[in-house]
Design a protein around this ligand. Structure first.
Ligand SMILES: Cc1cc2nc3c(=O)[nH]c(=O)nc-3n(C[C@H](O)[C@H](O)[C@H](O)COP(=O)(O)O)c2cc1C
Length: 324
């Protein structure tokens, strides 16, 4: 399948693995790229730019296909050393970056000077248009159903994707709620050039996370995610667990007075506990409603091959036949 996204990134299939804290390591990124998609290492999971350089080198040993790095611009005052992280990416020979969080505007000159193609992930048409304006090569449009940070507009992909298609000139991929060939074909029908998946890729053999995490995603239904940190305007969709129940209780008690300090125990340092130790009740970790569509733990190649062959059947079969 050829789309503007496969052409832009030099990949066989229009499928991207979104950056994921403590999941987007070389093992998963290389598996996705080897299977013909675009795998992404998550920069900030590496505590220093030096460690990111090592992870990039490791990924390069594991694949000769294009892969990228996710750089998440956090809504915090004490900023990580972003220019150093970007230098590590450029020096590591990586030419594709997914940015997310705040606008990458201030770092665009660094990316462009290094010949890096930037795909910015955002949750609204206005932010997508801004990304296009500041020179991003593509956009990843993240609907309200997505795992992680859906923004504050709450527009689901059935509306957001056609709106993006109407407004954008640069290629874009659909993100949030994407799991299978049905997601891909629907996204293409709505004007996207491919899809980005997060939660679906966590439940694969190669995802370097504790088995408990994969089993929790398989066991979860579409009713099992919760939105947290709404009143802080830092909304995150996470999988329900006892830590998250406690978090929501504190949010109810504190109401509009909630401060991040009130919920530190439930949101800070949770990822290593969940992803490495399998402590599923530790607190808030991102998970999409799409968990309701995930009921197996295939290899990445099995997953991507299945999506592409089912998509072909769906287009030529069910859709083609509707026209008689
Ligand atoms: C466990 C997990 C961790 C994530 N961490 C990040 C992150 O650090 N940076 C980022 O930009 N997006 C992050 N995301 C969001 C994904 O890249 C992707 O946009 C999202 O999962 C898409 O929605 P889906 O889960 O419905 O596929 C994370 C998602 C998950 C499930």
């Amino acid at each position: 399948m050829k789309t503007r996204i496969t052409e832009l990134f030099g990949i066989a299939h229009p499928i991207i693995q979104g950056g994921m804290h403590f999941v987007g390591l070389a093992e998963l990124a290389s598996a996705v790229s080897n299977a013909g998609g675009l795998g992404l290492i998550t920069a900030l999971t590496q505590k220093t730019p030096e460690l990111l350089s090592k992870e990039i080198a490791k990924c390069r040993e594991m694949t000769d296909k294009p892969f990228g790095v996710n750089v998440t611009f956090l809504p915090t005052f004490s900023s990580p050393p972003y220019p150093e992280y970007i230098a590590a990416i450029a020096e590591g020979g990586v030419r594709i970056v997914e940015t997310a969080g705040r606008s990458p505007e201030q770092y665009m000159p660094l990316f462009k000077a290094a010949g890096i193609k930037v795909i910015h992930k955002c949750t609204s048409v206005r932010h997508a248009l801004k990304a296009e304006k500041i020179g991003c090569d593509a956009v990843s449009v993240d609907g309200f159903e997505c795992g992680g940070h859906p923004g504050e507009d709450d527009v689901p992909n059935m509306i957001l994707l056609p709106r993006a298609a109407d407004e954008l000139k640069v290629p874009f991929v659909a993100s949030g709620g994407m799991a299978d060939a049905r997601s891909l074909v629907a996204a293409l029908a709505m004007g996207a050039d491919g899809m980005n998946m997060g939660t679906r890729f966590v439940a694969t053999k190669e995802a370097p996370v504790h088995e408990n995490v994969k089993k929790a995603i398989v066991a979860a239904t579409e009713l099992d995610t919760r939105l947290v940190m709404r009143s802080l305007r830092n909304t995150e969709r996470v999988l329900k667990n006892t830590g998250v129940d406690r978090l929501l209780e504190i949010e109810r008690e504190r109401g509009g007075d909630l401060q991040i300090e009130d919920i530190v125990e439930q949101v800070s340092g949770v990822y290593p506990k969940v992803m490495l130790d399998g402590e599923m009740d530790a607190g808030a970790w991102s998970c999409g409603m799409v968990a309701g569509l995930i009921d197996d733990i295939p290899t990445v190649k099995e997953l991507i091959d299945r999506i592409m062959s089912d998509a072909t059947r769906l287009i030529h079969g069910r859709l083609g036949q509707l026209l008689g």
